[in-house]
Design a binder for this molecule. Structure first.
Ligand code: SF4
Length: 187
């Protein structure tokens, strides 16, 4: 797997300050995609053990809330296994941190084993706390939405969704209040 970028103080992709890993490779090709260069699986640099350790170390400080996986597409079949191994390692090293993941696939399709290898995708899903699912849809773009680009995208509580067998929206308010520049005051 290659990765495009790492952001070590990201406040745009999940609550608090997060370390975000943008992986390479995405076949969804959403019109208006913010990260077209990461569609190419060969874009960026190899995701080596040193890079894994760099991310784990960057997430150690107490002001870091957690890890966010995005891309590109973390749930592309080629990316699932390397991310599964990495997230397990990350969780062992940083058990108190949360893990968010963005995917253009739907939770229902991952749960039904339709996205790559069923066992691997389920194992990866179960390592994630919050899944932001669905493709970016330009005509549904809405700047008042928090942590997602278009209104079809859902912020899901993975543990509750897996237990229920249906998507369960994460508790919280996921739209910005008028006049608020502070993401924390509307969570
Ligand atoms: S899923 Fe994300 S990275 Fe892939 S094309 Fe859509 S917006 Fe771009």
């Amino acid at each position: 797997m290659n990765y495009a970028t790492i952001k070590k103080n990201d406040i745009a992709n999940g609550p608090g300050v997060r370390v975000s890993l943008f992986v390479s490779g995405c076949r969804h090709r959403c019109p208006g995609c913010f990260n077209r260069e990461a569609w190419d699986f060969d874009y960026g640099a190899p995701f080596t053990t040193d890079v894994e350790n760099e991310i784990i170390a960057a997430a150690k400080p107490s002001h870091i809330t957690g890890l966010t996986l995005l891309g590109g597409e973390p749930f592309e079949p080629e990316n699932q296994k390397p991310l599964l191994d990495f997230v397990r390692k990350f969780r062992k090293a940083n058990p108190e941190k949360t893990v968010w993941c963005y995917t253009g696939f739907l939770f229902e399709d991952i749960l039904a084993g339709k996205v790559g290898d069923a066992d691997t995708s389920m194992a990866l899903l179960r390592e994630i706390d919050t899944l932001v699912d669905g493709r970016f849809v330009e005509k549904l773009k809405n700047l008042s939405l928090m942590f997602r680009g278009s209104s079809n995208q859902r912020i899901l509580d993975v543990r509750l969704s897996c237990a229920a067998g249906v998507p369960v929206i994460m508790a919280g308010t996921w739209e910005r209040k008028m006049g608020s520049g502070n993401i924390e005051d509307s969570i």
